[in-house]
Design a protein. Structure first.
Length: 212
């Protein structure tokens, strides 16, 4: 096989395989399916196409974890109000807020820079519903929560560039199947037996290359 199946990009499981299916409009197709979480790839006419598309999605899913996000840089923002520390990020800034004696500790918010334009990291809801901003018991815990939120937002916007070798394999697979589709299209347009025989030999050679 030209390309090996990569683990599921949704659950990380390795129980993935190429499945055959049939529709009333398109006829037979192939797709990659994960046994563990039931995730499925798109419908394709050839096995290598289904695998290449699945592997591209898997590469995108694992890429952001290999990227380091720099730490937030905190500055003292205590001006006698609730906000005590501030760190610039994402076009605004994270703030650590001290609500006073009734709520010892720090809440974390993100501020866009305009009046009343902010949101707080929320506490877990209880049986009565939302509990409001989460209070972190120490300055260190509040900074860690802000950093975790910041990293999550950065990583959610990242995708990986496939390694060069795998990218070449994917392109080769796509080129092979483009040639295969063109051979099929020409075969449908001719009744010349010699041309059909040559096209069938070409298709067989392409099939051997894909399943090698």
């Amino acid at each position: 096989m030209l390309l090996d199946l990569k683990n599921c990009p949704f659950c990380g499981g390795d129980k993935v395989s190429v499945q055959h299916g049939t529709t009333s409009t398109r006829g037979q197709y192939l797709m990659v399916w994960c046994v563990s979480c039931q995730a499925a790839g798109g419908e394709h006419l050839a096995e290598a196409e289904a695998i290449a598309a699945w592997n591209r999605r898997a590469l995108q899913a694992v890429g952001p974890e290999s990227v380091a996000v720099k730490p937030l840089e905190w500055v003292d923002a205590d001006e006698g109000m609730c906000t005590k520390w501030r760190a610039a990020a994402l076009g605004g800034h994270y703030e650590l807020v001290d609500f006073g004696k009734d709520d010892p500790g720090f809440a974390v918010n993100f501020h866009w820079g305009r009046p009343l334009s902010f949101w707080f990291i929320q506490g877990e809801p209880d049986e009565r519903g939302p509990t409001g901003p989460k209070i972190f018991p120490t300055l260190k815990a509040a900074k860690a929560a802000a950093q975790a939120d910041y990293e999550r937002r950065i990583r959610s916007a990242l995708v990986a560039t496939p390694p060069a070798a795998e990218a070449r394999e994917a392109r080769l697979s796509e080129n092979i199947h483009e040639a295969w589709r063109e051979a099929d299209a020409i075969r449908e347009l001719t009744s010349d037996k010699r041309i059909i025989e040559k096209l069938d030999r070409i298709r067989a050679a392409l099939s051997d290359e894909v399943t090698r």
